[in-house]
Design a protein around this ligand. Sequence first.
Ligand code: FES
Length: 151
Amino acid sequence: MPAGARLTTVEEVREDGSFLFTATNSFDMDEEIIVVPCDEDVAADGGTPVDDEGGVAAWINRCTHEAQRFDTGRGVPMRDGEIICPKHGSMFDACSGDCDNGEAAGTTLPDVDVAVADGAVYLVDDDYSFEHDGGIDDGDDGPSSTSHVGF
Ligand code: FES
């Protein structure tokens, strides 16, 4: 088992389309990170050797063009193995993070290392410490937090 926080499973990422979590970076700042399905045999710098089930890759949840979030709370918009920026529509390869079109052409998403073992996805990047599932705001413990309350 990799030494790192267990995030989710490959199956859940595939079922839900993506997985969003918040981690602290080496500057002690919160970053949102997305985990997306990646079907290449070996993910590029996303770092995940994959088996027959396919794999996943993880990226900072921010477009390289104008700091637009990909996942704004409703999952990552994707089509044909590419992440779609909701602002201007540039598409990034889910495995390599590369963009060759639109406003963000010629850029690559900053990657985050994850590993898969027994179908589970682990955060194994020394630059990031897992904080919680969901976006940065989902970690607030304020009175409006009702995530575990049923009505
Ligand atoms: S903000 Fe993503 S392409 Fe412009």
